[in-house]
Design a protein around this ligand. Structure first.
Ligand SMILES: [Zn+2]
Length: 307
Protein backbone atom coordinates (compact mmCIF):
# COMPACT_ATOMS: atom_id res chain seq x y z
CA UNK A 1 0.00 0.00 0.00
CA UNK A 2 2.81 2.42 0.92
CA UNK A 3 4.58 1.62 -2.32
CA UNK A 4 1.38 2.22 -4.25
CA UNK A 5 0.96 5.59 -2.53
CA UNK A 6 4.54 6.51 -3.34
CA UNK A 7 3.98 5.71 -6.96
CA UNK A 8 0.78 7.70 -6.88
CA UNK A 9 2.63 10.71 -5.49
CA UNK A 10 5.42 10.48 -8.02
CA UNK A 11 3.01 10.08 -10.90
CA UNK A 12 0.96 13.04 -9.76
CA UNK A 13 3.96 15.30 -9.93
CA UNK A 14 5.22 14.80 -13.45
CA UNK A 15 5.95 18.12 -15.14
CA UNK A 16 2.82 20.20 -15.72
CA UNK A 17 0.87 17.33 -17.23
CA UNK A 18 0.33 14.56 -14.77
CA UNK A 19 -0.31 10.93 -15.60
CA UNK A 20 -2.52 9.60 -12.84
CA UNK A 21 -1.94 6.17 -11.40
CA UNK A 22 -5.19 4.31 -11.17
CA UNK A 23 -4.15 0.77 -10.32
CA UNK A 24 -0.94 -0.95 -9.39
CA UNK A 25 0.05 -4.51 -8.66
CA UNK A 26 3.49 -6.03 -8.50
CA UNK A 27 3.35 -7.16 -12.11
CA UNK A 28 1.33 -4.45 -13.77
CA UNK A 29 1.45 -0.70 -13.66
CA UNK A 30 -1.48 1.14 -15.14
CA UNK A 31 -1.22 4.78 -16.03
CA UNK A 32 -3.91 7.05 -17.34
CA UNK A 33 -3.15 10.37 -18.92
CA UNK A 34 -5.27 12.92 -17.31
CA UNK A 35 -4.25 16.31 -18.55
CA UNK A 36 -4.57 17.76 -15.11
CA UNK A 37 -2.69 20.87 -14.10
CA UNK A 38 -0.57 20.13 -11.08
CA UNK A 39 -2.13 22.77 -8.79
CA UNK A 40 -5.55 21.17 -8.88
CA UNK A 41 -4.08 17.83 -7.86
CA UNK A 42 -2.43 19.52 -4.90
CA UNK A 43 -5.21 21.83 -3.82
CA UNK A 44 -7.54 18.84 -3.72
CA UNK A 45 -5.39 17.67 -0.81
CA UNK A 46 -5.84 20.79 1.33
CA UNK A 47 -8.21 19.00 3.71
CA UNK A 48 -5.77 16.09 4.29
CA UNK A 49 -4.10 15.10 7.56
CA UNK A 50 -0.47 15.43 6.41
CA UNK A 51 1.43 18.12 4.48
CA UNK A 52 1.66 17.72 0.70
CA UNK A 53 5.30 17.54 -0.34
CA UNK A 54 6.22 18.43 -3.88
CA UNK A 55 9.22 16.17 -4.33
CA UNK A 56 9.98 17.05 -7.90
CA UNK A 57 9.73 20.81 -7.98
CA UNK A 58 12.00 22.12 -10.65
CA UNK A 59 14.02 25.29 -10.51
CA UNK A 60 14.02 27.86 -13.29
CA UNK A 61 16.56 30.43 -14.48
CA UNK A 62 15.17 32.89 -11.91
CA UNK A 63 13.75 31.85 -8.51
CA UNK A 64 10.48 33.66 -9.23
CA UNK A 65 9.90 31.35 -12.22
CA UNK A 66 10.49 28.08 -10.33
CA UNK A 67 7.97 25.64 -8.85
CA UNK A 68 8.67 26.85 -5.30
CA UNK A 69 7.52 30.36 -6.26
CA UNK A 70 4.56 28.82 -8.05
CA UNK A 71 3.54 26.93 -4.88
CA UNK A 72 3.93 30.04 -2.72
CA UNK A 73 1.73 31.94 -5.19
CA UNK A 74 -0.81 29.14 -5.03
CA UNK A 75 -0.94 29.42 -1.23
CA UNK A 76 -1.54 33.17 -1.55
CA UNK A 77 -4.31 32.59 -4.07
CA UNK A 78 -6.00 30.17 -1.64
CA UNK A 79 -5.25 32.22 1.52
CA UNK A 80 -8.92 32.92 2.33
CA UNK A 81 -9.88 29.27 2.04
CA UNK A 82 -6.83 27.91 3.91
CA UNK A 83 -7.22 30.49 6.76
CA UNK A 84 -10.91 29.70 6.99
CA UNK A 85 -10.15 26.04 7.76
CA UNK A 86 -8.30 26.83 11.05
CA UNK A 87 -9.55 24.76 13.95
CA UNK A 88 -11.93 22.61 11.94
CA UNK A 89 -9.60 20.87 9.46
CA UNK A 90 -6.10 19.47 10.28
CA UNK A 91 -3.33 22.12 10.28
CA UNK A 92 -1.07 20.03 8.09
CA UNK A 93 -3.55 19.61 5.26
CA UNK A 94 -3.07 23.13 3.93
CA UNK A 95 0.71 22.92 3.88
CA UNK A 96 2.44 22.55 0.54
CA UNK A 97 6.22 22.11 0.70
CA UNK A 98 8.31 22.28 -2.48
CA UNK A 99 11.82 20.80 -2.69
CA UNK A 100 13.46 22.17 -5.80
CA UNK A 101 16.15 20.46 -7.87
CA UNK A 102 18.54 21.85 -10.48
CA UNK A 103 16.83 21.64 -13.88
CA UNK A 104 20.21 21.79 -15.67
CA UNK A 105 21.64 18.50 -14.39
CA UNK A 106 21.03 15.66 -16.86
CA UNK A 107 20.29 12.26 -15.35
CA UNK A 108 20.10 13.33 -11.68
CA UNK A 109 17.99 11.26 -9.31
CA UNK A 110 15.13 13.44 -8.04
CA UNK A 111 13.16 10.69 -6.27
CA UNK A 112 14.10 7.25 -4.95
CA UNK A 113 11.89 5.23 -2.63
CA UNK A 114 10.44 1.72 -2.43
CA UNK A 115 12.07 0.66 -5.69
CA UNK A 116 10.81 3.68 -7.63
CA UNK A 117 13.63 5.73 -9.11
CA UNK A 118 13.03 8.93 -11.06
CA UNK A 119 15.69 10.91 -12.90
CA UNK A 120 15.28 14.26 -14.61
CA UNK A 121 16.99 15.81 -17.61
CA UNK A 122 16.59 19.22 -19.27
CA UNK A 123 14.17 19.98 -22.07
CA UNK A 124 14.43 22.92 -24.48
CA UNK A 125 11.28 25.04 -24.38
CA UNK A 126 10.52 28.77 -24.35
CA UNK A 127 12.59 29.44 -21.19
CA UNK A 128 15.06 27.50 -19.07
CA UNK A 129 13.29 25.19 -16.60
CA UNK A 130 11.34 22.69 -18.71
CA UNK A 131 12.41 19.13 -17.83
CA UNK A 132 11.67 15.51 -18.72
CA UNK A 133 11.54 12.50 -16.38
CA UNK A 134 12.33 8.81 -16.53
CA UNK A 135 10.79 6.46 -13.95
CA UNK A 136 12.20 2.95 -13.41
CA UNK A 137 10.37 0.40 -11.27
CA UNK A 138 10.73 -3.38 -11.10
CA UNK A 139 12.37 -3.65 -14.51
CA UNK A 140 9.76 -1.46 -16.20
CA UNK A 141 10.45 2.08 -17.39
CA UNK A 142 8.37 5.11 -18.28
CA UNK A 143 9.61 8.38 -19.81
CA UNK A 144 7.65 11.60 -19.84
CA UNK A 145 8.95 14.48 -21.95
CA UNK A 146 8.25 18.06 -21.01
CA UNK A 147 7.50 20.51 -23.82
CA UNK A 148 10.64 20.64 -25.93
CA UNK A 149 12.23 20.90 -29.31
CA UNK A 150 13.98 17.54 -30.02
CA UNK A 151 16.95 17.38 -27.64
CA UNK A 152 19.95 15.09 -27.12
CA UNK A 153 19.14 14.33 -23.47
CA UNK A 154 15.78 12.83 -24.40
CA UNK A 155 17.40 10.55 -27.01
CA UNK A 156 19.96 9.42 -24.42
CA UNK A 157 17.75 8.83 -21.37
CA UNK A 158 14.61 7.57 -23.13
CA UNK A 159 16.50 4.96 -25.15
CA UNK A 160 14.95 1.50 -24.85
CA UNK A 161 12.34 2.49 -22.25
CA UNK A 162 9.03 0.62 -22.24
CA UNK A 163 6.60 3.52 -22.55
CA UNK A 164 7.93 6.80 -23.94
CA UNK A 165 5.68 9.87 -23.95
CA UNK A 166 6.76 12.91 -25.94
CA UNK A 167 4.80 15.88 -27.15
CA UNK A 168 3.87 16.02 -30.82
CA UNK A 169 2.39 19.33 -31.85
CA UNK A 170 1.13 20.51 -35.24
CA UNK A 171 3.13 21.46 -38.30
CA UNK A 172 3.57 25.24 -38.69
CA UNK A 173 0.99 25.20 -41.52
CA UNK A 174 -1.57 23.28 -39.44
CA UNK A 175 -1.08 25.66 -36.53
CA UNK A 176 -1.39 28.80 -38.65
CA UNK A 177 -4.58 27.51 -40.32
CA UNK A 178 -6.21 26.01 -37.21
CA UNK A 179 -5.88 29.14 -35.07
CA UNK A 180 -6.37 31.56 -37.97
CA UNK A 181 -3.19 33.38 -36.94
CA UNK A 182 -2.21 34.49 -40.40
CA UNK A 183 1.34 34.72 -39.06
CA UNK A 184 3.68 32.01 -40.27
CA UNK A 185 6.56 33.37 -38.17
CA UNK A 186 4.70 32.79 -34.88
CA UNK A 187 3.32 29.47 -36.13
CA UNK A 188 6.79 28.24 -37.16
CA UNK A 189 8.36 29.42 -33.88
CA UNK A 190 5.71 27.74 -31.71
CA UNK A 191 5.46 24.51 -33.73
CA UNK A 192 9.09 23.90 -34.67
CA UNK A 193 11.37 25.97 -32.37
CA UNK A 194 9.88 25.35 -28.91
CA UNK A 195 7.84 22.18 -29.64
CA UNK A 196 8.23 19.06 -31.76
CA UNK A 197 6.33 18.73 -35.05
CA UNK A 198 4.99 15.26 -36.07
CA UNK A 199 7.79 14.14 -38.45
CA UNK A 200 10.40 15.10 -35.80
CA UNK A 201 8.45 13.16 -33.14
CA UNK A 202 8.68 10.11 -35.43
CA UNK A 203 12.42 10.63 -35.87
CA UNK A 204 12.94 10.73 -32.10
CA UNK A 205 10.98 7.50 -31.62
CA UNK A 206 12.96 5.78 -34.40
CA UNK A 207 16.10 6.52 -32.37
CA UNK A 208 14.65 5.69 -28.95
CA UNK A 209 12.79 2.52 -30.04
CA UNK A 210 10.32 2.23 -27.14
CA UNK A 211 7.92 -0.66 -26.68
CA UNK A 212 5.20 2.00 -26.98
CA UNK A 213 5.58 5.55 -28.28
CA UNK A 214 2.96 7.99 -27.01
CA UNK A 215 2.26 11.35 -28.64
CA UNK A 216 0.40 14.12 -26.82
CA UNK A 217 -0.15 17.90 -27.14
CA UNK A 218 -2.12 17.74 -30.40
CA UNK A 219 -5.62 18.97 -31.17
CA UNK A 220 -7.35 15.76 -32.18
CA UNK A 221 -9.44 17.10 -35.06
CA UNK A 222 -9.89 14.26 -37.58
CA UNK A 223 -8.48 16.25 -40.50
CA UNK A 224 -5.37 17.30 -38.53
CA UNK A 225 -4.96 13.88 -36.93
CA UNK A 226 -4.85 12.13 -40.31
CA UNK A 227 -2.20 14.55 -41.57
CA UNK A 228 -0.15 14.31 -38.34
CA UNK A 229 -0.31 10.50 -38.30
CA UNK A 230 0.93 10.32 -41.89
CA UNK A 231 3.82 12.61 -41.00
CA UNK A 232 4.75 10.54 -37.93
CA UNK A 233 4.58 7.41 -40.08
CA UNK A 234 6.93 8.95 -42.65
CA UNK A 235 9.74 8.71 -40.05
CA UNK A 236 8.61 5.98 -37.57
CA UNK A 237 6.96 2.59 -38.05
CA UNK A 238 6.96 1.22 -34.47
CA UNK A 239 4.17 0.89 -31.84
CA UNK A 240 2.31 4.19 -31.48
CA UNK A 241 -0.50 5.78 -29.48
CA UNK A 242 -1.75 9.28 -30.17
CA UNK A 243 -3.02 10.00 -26.67
CA UNK A 244 -6.32 11.43 -25.63
CA UNK A 245 -7.50 12.10 -22.06
CA UNK A 246 -8.28 8.96 -20.03
CA UNK A 247 -6.24 6.62 -22.21
CA UNK A 248 -4.81 3.74 -20.16
CA UNK A 249 -1.71 1.66 -20.81
CA UNK A 250 -1.45 -1.68 -19.01
CA UNK A 251 2.23 -2.51 -19.01
CA UNK A 252 3.98 -5.74 -18.06
CA UNK A 253 7.10 -7.50 -19.28
CA UNK A 254 5.24 -9.26 -22.11
CA UNK A 255 2.51 -6.90 -23.26
CA UNK A 256 1.38 -3.31 -23.43
CA UNK A 257 -2.38 -2.95 -23.80
CA UNK A 258 -3.92 0.40 -24.70
CA UNK A 259 -7.45 1.10 -23.51
CA UNK A 260 -9.72 4.03 -22.86
CA UNK A 261 -11.04 4.39 -19.30
CA UNK A 262 -14.70 4.99 -18.60
CA UNK A 263 -15.14 7.16 -15.52
CA UNK A 264 -18.12 8.16 -13.42
CA UNK A 265 -19.71 11.54 -14.02
CA UNK A 266 -19.62 12.13 -10.26
CA UNK A 267 -16.34 11.45 -8.47
CA UNK A 268 -16.22 11.69 -4.67
CA UNK A 269 -13.17 11.76 -2.36
CA UNK A 270 -12.37 8.54 -0.47
CA UNK A 271 -13.30 8.36 3.28
CA UNK A 272 -10.83 10.33 5.44
CA UNK A 273 -10.05 7.57 7.99
CA UNK A 274 -9.14 7.73 11.74
CA UNK A 275 -5.83 9.60 11.17
CA UNK A 276 -7.75 12.58 9.83
CA UNK A 277 -10.04 12.66 12.87
CA UNK A 278 -7.07 12.67 15.33
CA UNK A 279 -4.83 15.12 13.43
CA UNK A 280 -3.80 18.35 15.20
CA UNK A 281 -6.02 21.39 14.74
CA UNK A 282 -5.12 24.82 16.08
CA UNK A 283 -6.73 28.24 16.02
CA UNK A 284 -10.33 28.95 15.21
CA UNK A 285 -11.61 30.66 12.11
CA UNK A 286 -14.16 33.29 13.12
CA UNK A 287 -16.70 35.57 11.56
CA UNK A 288 -16.78 39.14 12.97
CA UNK A 289 -19.49 40.23 15.45
CA UNK A 290 -20.81 42.68 12.90
CA UNK A 291 -21.47 39.91 10.39
CA UNK A 292 -22.71 37.48 13.07
CA UNK A 293 -25.50 39.96 13.86
CA UNK A 294 -27.07 38.78 10.64
CA UNK A 295 -27.67 35.23 12.00
CA UNK A 296 -31.40 34.58 11.52
CA UNK A 297 -33.05 33.97 14.89
CA UNK A 298 -35.39 31.46 13.25
CA UNK A 299 -32.50 29.02 12.88
CA UNK A 300 -31.15 27.03 15.90
CA UNK A 301 -28.19 24.69 15.21
CA UNK A 302 -27.58 21.51 17.28
CA UNK A 303 -25.17 22.03 20.27
CA UNK A 304 -21.51 22.01 19.19
CA UNK A 305 -19.71 18.90 20.65
CA UNK A 306 -16.53 19.52 22.75
CA UNK A 307 -13.16 18.60 21.18
ZN1 LIG B 1 3.25 23.35 -25.23
Amino acid sequence: MTAALDRLKTCLLFSHVSPKLTKCSSATCTLTTSVMWMPFGLVAGVAGATPRYIFMARQAAKPELGTKAFVEGLKKAYAWDITGRAGAWPDAGGRLIAHEFDYKKPGQVVYEKNGVRIISFPAIHKLDGSVSYRLDWKGLSFVFGGDSVPNKWFIKYAKGADVVVHECIYTPEQMNNFYGWNNMRTATYVAAYIHTPPSAFGKIMSEVKPRMAVAYHAILLPELLQDSTEQIRSTYDGPLTIASDLFVWNVNKDNITVREAVVGDRVYPPPAGPEWGRAKRTGAAKVSEEIMKGWWEGYKPPPLPKQ
